[in-house]
Design a protein around this ligand. Structure first.
Ligand code: 3EB
Length: 326
């Protein structure tokens, strides 16, 4: 059996890392956003972990990794997988920052020979504050800049990868991604309108991501699940009720996973409890216990879990959950 090309562990940034030559990415969650030292595979994201325990994700490849910098883009790669990250400290003009970050990252991963996007993470500050442009908030301005860059690069809706976009407490925009030589399969959620078909009420340019990417490696399938919120159709549900929002999110995850396991014969992934890792973004720290209780009741304790304090991209949304099966 070949080894999986990517495995993720939650670790503490205080601990020494094993197998540093195979480290593809190290993401540390805490007080600041940016690069973490000179190592291009290490980034920091300004989202505080909500309780004691691991504060970092360590992603290991199955072979030694090549790392470097290319015009501000940090990268790490093996034969099969590329991690790339770009940090822009000044995100004052959000649409411009998003357009620039995407233009540079898209040009980079294609030029390197990993043309297929699997997964993207986007983190920036003051998510819901006015962008100072056309009455948009900064998330809407981000969507506009991202949309324009993807359009310029000729990326079709059917090729959009899974993504997360969350508001940080620290300044700056960081975007990081995973790309491969061969494409994954884009998955949508039967309970949700595709984000790229949201009506214009949510912003002039729709968010450009798929609900999940399924990637078949020789060692088995991986599923990268986007940030999932309490949205049914295109409408937010359960304003003001964080417990009901968690339940709706888990219903969404179950529907998405059911869609995948039925359609693609993934019989070891039956429900959210079978995921390897979930990241839970909580808007108000005071909601942590309620969120944990609902997750424990519905998903159980099997997946590794990270609870992070972050802003969600519509004012009424209090929680969002992303997942990984690997
Ligand atoms: C949603 O379903 C919730 O803009 O990249 C989730 C995941 C959300 C990714 C993005 C936004 C994004 O619309 C928000």
């Amino acid at each position: 059996m070949p080894r999986p090309p990517l495995q993720v562990q939650l670790v503490s940034s205080r601990d020494a890392l094993a197998a540093a030559d195979r480290l593809l990415t190290h993401v540390r969650f805490g007080v600041r956003t940016g690069h973490d030292g000179d190592d291009p595979c290490r980034v920091s994201v300004g989202l505080a972990p909500l309780f004691e325990g691991p504060d970092s994700e360590a992603w290991y490849a199955d072979a030694p990794v090549t790392r470097g910098w290319d015009d501000g883009v940090g990268y790490a790669c093996t034969d099969r997988l590329l991690f790339a990250q770009l940090y822009l400290p000044d995100s004052t003009r959000m649409a411009d920052a998003a357009r620039e970050a995407y233009a540079r990252l898209l040009a980079f991963h294609r030029a390197r020979g990993y043309p297929e996007l699997l997964r993207i993470w986007n983190y920036f500050d003051r998510l819901l504050e006015p962008a100072g442009e056309d009455d948009l908030d900064r998330y809407q301005a981000f969507c506009k800049g991202r949309h324009e860059a993807l359009e310029t690069a000729g990326l079709q809706a059917a090729a959009l990868p899974a993504a997360t976009a969350i508001g940080t407490a620290a300044p700056g925009l960081i975007v990081y991604l995973l790309a491969a030589r061969e494409p994954g399969v884009q998955i949508e959620n039967p309970r949700q309108v595709s984000a790229y078909h949201y009506p214009p009420d949510y912003g002039p340019k729709s968010p450009t991501f798929s609900r999940a990417t399924l990637k078949d490696w020789p060692s088995g399938a991986h599923l990268y699940i986007s940030g999932t919120a309490s949205i049914v159709g295109h409408a937010s549900r359960h304003e003001g009720d964080v417990r009901a929002q968690v339940d709706e999110i888990i219903d969404n995850l179950e529907a998405l996973i059911g869609n995948v396991s039925r359609g693609h014969g993934l019989d070891t992934l039956v429900g959210p409890g079978d995921l390897s890792l979930i990241k839970v973004y909580v808007k108000h720290a005071r909601d942590l216990e309620a969120v944990r209780e609902r997750i424990r009741a519905r998903i159980g304790a099997h997946p590794a879990m990270l609870f992070l304090h972050g802003d969600i991209c519509r004012r009424e949304l209090l929680v969002e959950i992303e997942g990984l099966y690997a």
